[in-house]
Write a protein that binds this ligand. Structure first.
Ligand SMILES: Cc1ncc(C[n+]2csc(CCOP(=O)(O)OP(=O)(O)O)c2C)c(N)n1
Ligand SMILES: [Mg+2]
Length: 573
């Protein structure tokens, strides 16, 4: 297990010095503040009481109560995606950490820095195996494989904290977990530490830049696959300059951590979630160049289908690893290809019209979002199957950031909205969430109301785990009976999400027509603050469309490529 080096400082603290020093928790919070951490998302218990008490000793640290640990961890994730600096979480022993695990998993997959402070029993209490005693390190290791550490003495606690912050903030970002026994927290003699020194990431070396430039110059069809920080403006522009000069195609990974897009930025096509479609995108690519991304693989395995998606003849090169500086690497490559001054192709400003008709659909909700999207918004997309048309309708909307479900563990979107809104109080946050996904962390709404965050959540109530109906067809499960269907169906009772939101103090509306939806969204955007719009929509894929989809996907590699591309654009643009 990785952890900090043992500190010689313990021996250096005299009893007189210790008397004057703060307790462990106070020194710890001071150290976190020194390290640039300004928010702590909390769900505390008895073992964290000294940490809670110490919060008032640090006015710079905002403390935000979350009513479930998955909300706290997802909020920390959303915050760091927008600021690039970690927030802290305060979690209660192994069970609290376990409750927060799914969103820590999403953060890990997104290479997002998070510093978990997990309270534990006092060191001398552990052998008694009291009710809440559990193996916290084992729980933590899955999401913070490189930094899990249990502090043992107060005098070393802050050095441990600095090591945790350093691990979280070094490239690529990661989740670091510091376990804080109650006696280490309440003990006297804490010594606050200054911020750690974080080494700036290096760009790709000359040999790599030259090798990639050679491969591009050699001809054939090349494509970039941009992920992580390579989806921020500077990298996007550098890649687009190379594209304009050398004809390289630019793809984005399927689930970006944070992607900057909209009018005035390069339009970048994401690799499709459905593997059959991703294979169409990659079919004619001879050289795939990775920039802070992994070579694409299928989200799940399907009988008889490949997991690894580039075709056998495709050469895969890495320009820049997640530990390197993507933008600098791309800029160096652009210089090597004499593309540094090229004019990149940028998305023109264009918005879809106002959605019309009597029937509200998920597509029309996405259209209304594109129609009304304010300047500089943050879109959080956990709409699952209801968001299939979102990219298309927002491509020419005013520039915005897009946050997506990096690790596939649903329940990320509403917590992310908390963190993003706290990170960027001057920017509107629009969270598009499936009804099923919303219910994992619905308590987020209470924190959004309490902190008066500028979040408009649109929940697509299709009374279904709709995407799983698609998956049920795709995996080729036979004899789908009523018991199976019932596991994917959210009728009886249909959730009343606007009422649930009202009960948590968020102003809310249930809408059933395109006009109601558009007016509700207009109203919400005109009055910054918490809003929830419950959009009553049918599942995006049902009936014949749903039945035909697996056959259509199965036939994609047999039809001419232009036809396959056209079909892809129709289903998942
Ligand atoms: C933590 C976690 N549990 C379960 C799942 C499996 N799962 C994937 S999508 C989904 C349903 C999503 O439903 P909803 O948000 O309503 O979107 P829809 O499918 O209706 O578009 C479930 C349960 C998951 N991905 N993550
Ligand atoms: Mg649903």
């Amino acid at each position: 297990m990785a952890g900090p080096a043992k500190s010689p400082r313990a021996a250096a603290v005299s009893p007189q010095q210790a008397f004057l020093m703060p307790n462990g928790a106070q020194a710890l919070i001071r150290t976190l503040v020194n390290s640039g951490i300004r928010v702590c998302f909390t769900n505390p218990g008895t073992s964290e009481m000294h940490f809670v008490a110490a919060l008032d000793s640090a006015p710079e640290m905002r403390a935000v109560l979350c009513l479930f640990e998955g909300v706290a961890t997802g909020a920390a994730d959303g915050y760091a995606r927008m600021t690039g600096t970690p927030a802290a979480t305060l979690l209660h022993l192994g069970c609290g950490l376990g409750n927060g695990l799914a969103n820590l998993h999403n953060a890990r997959k997104g290479k997002v820095p998070v510093v978990n402070i997990v309270g534990d029993h006092a060191t001398y209490h552990v052998p008694y195996d009291a009710q809440l005693q559990s193996d916290i390190e084992t729980v933590a290791r899955n999401v913070s494989p490189e930094f899990v550490w249990t502090s043992q003495v107060t005098s070393e606690l802050c050095r441990d904290a600095v090591a945790a912050v350093k691990a979280a903030c070094s490239w690529p970002g990661q989740v670091a977990t510091l376990i804080l026994p109650a006696d280490v927290s309440w003990g006297e003699g804490g010594v606050a530490e200054p911020a750690p020194v974080i080494e700036p990431p290096a760009p790709a070396d000359d040999a790599t830049v030259q090798a990639v430039a050679e491969a591009i110059r050699a001809g054939g069809r090349s494509a970039f696959l941009l992920g992580g920080t390579a989806l921020h403006e500077e990298s996007l522009l550098a890649a687009a300059r190379i594209a304009a000069t050398c004809g390289v195609k630019v793809y984005a990974e399927t689930f970006p951590t944070r992607m900057q897009r909209g009018a005035g930025l390069p339009a970048v096509e994401r690799i499709a979630y459905l593997a059959e479609m991703a294979q169409i995108q990659l079919k004619e690519i001879d050289t795939l160049i990775l920039v802070d991304a992994k070579a694409p693989v299928s989200f799940f395995a399907y009988p008889g289908k490949k997991s690894y998606l580039p075709h056998d003849g495709c050469k895969v090169l890495t320009l820049s690893t997640p530990a390197q500086h993507a933008a600098c690497s791309l800029t160096r490559l652009a210089a090597a290809l004499e593309a540094g001054r090229a004019t990149p192709a940028l998305s023109p400003a264009s918005r879809p019209g106002r959605p019309r008709g009597k029937k509200l659909t998920a597509e029309k909700v996405c259209k209304a979002v594109g129609h009304l999207l304010p300047e500089n918004a943050i879109i959080i997309d956990e709409a699952i199957s209801s968001g299939l048309m979102l990219s298309k309708f927002t491509a020419g909307a005013p520039r915005h950031d897009l946050i997506t479900l990096t690790g596939g563990a649903i329940g990320q979107g509403l917590p992310n909205a908390i963190g993003a809104a706290i990170a960027c109080p001057d920017r509107p946050v629009i969270a598009l969430i499936g009804d099923g996904s919303s219910m994992y962390t619905i308590q987020s709404l209470w924190t959004i109301a309490r902190e008066r965050l500028n979040v408009t959540a649109i929940i697509f109530n299709n009374a279904s785990y709709s995407v799983l109906n698609v998956e049920l067809e795709r995996v080729g499960a036979e004899e789908i009976g009523p018991k199976a269907r019932a596991q994917l169906d959210l009728h009886g009772p249909v959730l009343k999400l606007a009422q649930i939101a009202d009960g948590m103090g968020v102003r809310s509306t249930r809408v059933t027509t395109p006009d109601e939806l558009t007016s509700a969204l207009q109203g919400a955007l005109a009055r910054p603050g918490p809003h929830l719009i419950e959009a009553m929509v049918p599942p995006a894929l049902t009936g014949l469309k749903l039945k035909l989809l697996p056959h259509l996907l199965g036939s994609l590699d047999r039809v001419p490529l232009p036809v396959a591309r056209m079909l892809k654009r129709k289903i998942a643009p």
